[in-house]
Design a protein around this ligand. Structure first.
Ligand code: PLP
Length: 492
């Protein structure tokens, strides 16, 4: 990161306070008739409130306080860098009236940029990979931005790739690419806003700041400011398991917005004194707890920061003050970790740990030890469909001829699955009279009746339509996704 000087005052951030004493009280916006009315939404970026986290800190000695960055007008901490990068580019002549802002982002930075673009008359084009959810694309389009969706299944050098398309668009005349991972205005915006706000709001009584690291802009900027004011302040980096930052080998994880598999220019790692590594499961469980117990609906990376803050706080004395920065709201994640089905499908079952075994689900279904409904290889496809319909299931195991009960894995030769039957019917008009051995699918994965439910969820999340439960190697039942979810819902 050596190239970036975050104290460089020539980088222009009028809105965030380069022209005012950053320690003055929150801006009071008065219109020309003395009324408290801001001139536009941009003027309301920053100056976010802080709140005590009494419930989440009840079992640790220190005071825990949150800085509520989701209360920025665009819903996240990224409002600060949106306006800062645009004002710096305007001042440097890189962005002229009527210009186009091009950024490869699908997240909060896009919203921050789009708000400023809408107000100041810039065109905004965001380049996103095709795995991005429709909700996120719709959100950016709602602000009037254009969104170009690029295929992920092509090499970076392919002209259709995310990288090629954004480079090409940014090379157009009058286009400007803010590039949040390289732009010094990103960390610097926090030197001029977030850092001084934290200092003023806590009256300097801050012993540690806990925050997730994405581009590193917040950490670098706030870290520089606070350490200048109070050299022994501790910066705790909250990092997802699977991120390179805290020394993990990079691998996928589900928390969004923080952790990386490379070192961005905007991150000065020397700012971080302590790393706390946090799993997806811990982050999501904590975010959900924060909504239920504190009434603060937070995003997944807030969960990560809260887990790290709580863990760190447990080692600190009662007179310590630990501040945790909460970057965005949970509104953007309602169909993800706030959704019980999504949690269960991804193996994050808060109440299931200890909630039981495969046998419990079979019991709940009222099906423990009945003969397993099955087929034999010579039965016709038409007969298989009748049986699937009769039992209201979409898959069934196929046992060796002559085996009717207590089948072992040697007796199971495969399975019949509704979607494969449909495929076969489309390809072959005569399939109904054919033996099912011609449309045989692999056996269902097996799981022992004593295994925890999480194990079944793992197989189901990996794409299996159902699993075969076995007792001492003998099949005793089939569990579908619906069976497991119904059981879990009934446990609440
Ligand atoms: C949800 C969320 N949390 C945390 C961060 C981290 O902030 P920064 O990029 O300043 O390190 C980001 C930014 O990427 C984010 O979107």
């Amino acid at each position: 990161m050596a190239s970036i000087d975050v104290q460089d005052r020539s980088i222009y951030t009028r809105t965030l306070g380069i022209e005012r004493d950053p320690l003055e009280l929150p801006r009071r916006h008065l219109d020309d008739r003395g009324r408290e009315v801001a001139p536009d939404l941009i003027a309301l970026m920053g100056d976010t409130p802080m709140v005590a986290l009494n419930r989440l800190s009840a079992d640790v000695p220190p005071t825990m306080i949150a800085k509520l960055e989701m209360l920025n007008p665009g819903g996240s901490v990224k409002d600060r860098i949106g306006i800062a990068m645009i004002e710096a580019a305007e001042a440097a002549g890189q962005l002229k009236p009527g210009g186009t802002i091009v950024e490869p982002t699908s997240g909060n930075t896009g919203v921050g940029l789009a708000i400023v673009a809408a107000r100041r008359g810039y065109r905004c084009v965001f380049v996103v990979p095709d795995k991005v959810s429709n909700d996120k694309i719709s959100l950016l389009r709602a602000y009037g931005a254009e969104v170009v969706v690029c295929p992920t299944a092509v090499a970076p050098e392919d002209p259709r790739s995310y990288y090629s398309v954004s480079d090409r668009l940014a090379a157009q005349p009058n286009a400007f690419k803010p590039d949040q991972y390289f732009n010094p205005a990103n960390p610097q915006s926090h030197v001029f806003s977030t850092g001084p706000e934290l200092w003023r709001q806590t009256d300097g009584q801050i012993d540690a700041l806990v925050l997730g690291v994405g581009t590193g802009g917040t950490t670098t900027g706030v870290g520089r400011y606070l350490k200048e004011r109070k050299p022994d302040v501790t910066i705790v980096g909250a990092d997802p398991e699977g991120s390179l930052y805290s020394g993990d080998e990079a691998r996928p994880y589900l928390v969004e917005g923080i952790g990386e598999d490379f070192w961005p220019d905007t991150f000065d790692p020397s700012m971080v004194d302590v790393w706390e590594r946090v799993s997806d499961a811990e982050s999501f469980a904590m975010a959900r707890r924060c909504a239920r117990e504190e009434g603060i609906l937070v995003g997944g990376s807030c969960g990560t920061a809260l887990v790290a803050a709580h863990r760190y706080a447990a080692t600190q004395p009662a007179d310590a003050t630990i501040v945790v920065l909460l970057p965005d709201s949970g509104r953007g994640y309602l169909s993800k970790f706030y959704d019980d089905t999504w949690m269960a499908e991804h193996g994050f079952v808060e109440h299931a740990s200890g909630a039981g075994s495969v046998a419990d689900v079979l019991d709940f279904k009222g099906e423990y030890l009945p003969p397993v409904v099955h087929l034999h290889p010579d039965e016709s496809v038409a007969a298989a469909i009748t049986l699937l319909k009769e039992f209201g299931v979409s898959q069934m195991p196929v046992f060796r001829d002559g085996v009717h009960d207590h089948a072992t894995s040697d007796d199971v030769i495969g399975s019949v699955r509704e979607n494969a039957l449909l495929d076969a019917a489309l390809r072959d008009a005569d399939v109904m009279s054919k033996p099912i051995v011609e449309v045989l699918q692999p056996p269902l994965p097996t799981v022992d009746v004593g295994a925890p439910i999480d194990e079944v969820l793992g197989s189901l999340a990996a794409g299996a339509p159902a699993v075969m439960a076995t007792d001492d190697g003998h099949s005793v039942g089939v569990l579908t996704r619906a069976d497991v979810l119904t059981f879990l819902a009934g446990q609440d």
